[in-house]
Design a protein around this ligand. Structure first.
Ligand code: AFP
Length: 335
């Protein structure tokens, strides 16, 4: 028998601390948690239930959709549309804002998500995850449109991600620290296993897609060259490198043992000032990283301060251990 705190208990205890709380937010989080359990189940059965491979369609980013991208998106929509907590939703997999069907009541929150981050890894059985961000619907808005979603990351009420790895994890922040929960499949509940996660300030581990090196700007090249020079270089110590190509896995590693993750601005395609999406990747991950004592920047600005231009905007991302991210920011200022 388990004797830990379940995520349900944790959320209800958090709710009790806020006198005016109606329970809507707790219920919304419970629905998101349920959706992530359904997605975890589908991911874990893989080829046995025919969910691997391509769907044969493209999303708004022009990326080929995997079957599990589409399944996960549907699960998130269905779990979160009926209870009357959301005013509208937006997803990596949908060009437009998703309106709550007319038969359901509308709520006061806007939910934004990447239903299956790292989906290029699904077919080769490497960790993937679901990233989400909750915003308040501006007052007096009955039918939210894209502009109602375009709030800076500092306005997020909650950010979180589920990681479908060797264990299924849920990592959450509501602006009061970061907590990690492990799915106990025997009881079907997430249990608090990683309370008050803190990112170490220093690290000797970096994560970047080195195949883009020739497209990087000078400050990023300088930083990585110094790391690679090891003990005999300016940093006078050896660095290690990781690249999973699933941001959820990289951020989870950084939350546990520190590190710096970079998908910086590059010159590969001038129409794309970065690879990662602001509203459903960079913003929720930046809130989590900052709440765990880390730093998140484009190299030039704090990510959470950016005012989004559109739902699918891309931005450069440099996040993780405070001292290393600040060093990269300093190199940008100097260049
Ligand atoms: P997908 O969800 O399309 O696989 O993208 C994953 C991701 O947005 C992020 O999780 C990774 O860090 C990054 O892209 C990997 O990009 P590269 O394939 O260019 O390394």
């Amino acid at each position: 028998m388990h004797n830990g705190t379940t995520i349900t208990q944790f959320l209800i205890e958090e709710q009790r601390r806020i006198r005016s709380a109606s329970g809507d937010f707790t219920s919304l989080l419970n629905d998101i948690v349920t959706a992530c359990k359904v997605i975890a189940n589908a991911v874990s059965h893989g080829a046995l239930v025919g969910v691997l491979g391509s769907q044969g369609s493209e999303n708004v980013q022009g990326e080929t959709q995997k079957k599990l991208d589409v399944i996960s998106n549907d699960v998130m929509l269905q779990s979160n549309q009926w209870a009357g907590h959301c005013a509208a939703m937006a997803s990596e997999e949908m060009e437009e804002v998703y309106q709550i069907p007319a038969q359901y009541p509308r709520g006061k929150y806007l939910l934004v998500f990447d239903p299956l981050d790292g989906s290029s890894n699904i077919d080769v059985n490497i960790s993937v995850g679901t990233i989400f961000s909750i915003l308040r619907c501006p007052p007096g808005i009955d039918n939210p449109t894209e502009k109602d979603f375009l709030q800076p990351g500092t306005q997020q009420v909650c950010a979180g991600f589920a990681l479908y790895g060797p264990c299924t994890m849920m990592v959450l922040t509501t602006g009061n620290g970061v907590n990690g929960f492990t799915l106990d499949r025997n009881i079907g509940e997430f249990v608090l296993t990683h309370p008050k996660m803190q990112i170490p300030e220093d690290t000797s581990e970096f994560a970047i897609n080195m195949s883009n090196e020739r497209h990087w700007e000078a400050p990023v090249k300088r930083y990585i060259d110094e790391c690679r020079a090891g003990k005999k270089g300016a940093r006078e110590r050896d660095f290690n490198m990781r690249w999973v190509a699933s941001m959820v896995a990289e951020v989870y590693r950084i939350l546990n043992r520190g590190g710096i993750f970079m998908y910086p601005k590059d010159m590969k395609d001038p129409s794309k000032p970065g690879r990662l999406r602001l509203m459903y990747e960079a913003n929720p991950m930046s809130m989590i990283v900052e709440q765990a004592g880390g730093v998140s920047s484009t190299g030039r600005e704090r990510i959470l301060d950016l005012k989004p231009d559109n739902l699918h905007q891309r931005v450069p991302v440099i996040l993780g251990s405070r001292n290393e991210v600040e060093r990269v920011v300093k190199y940008h200022k100097e260049s």
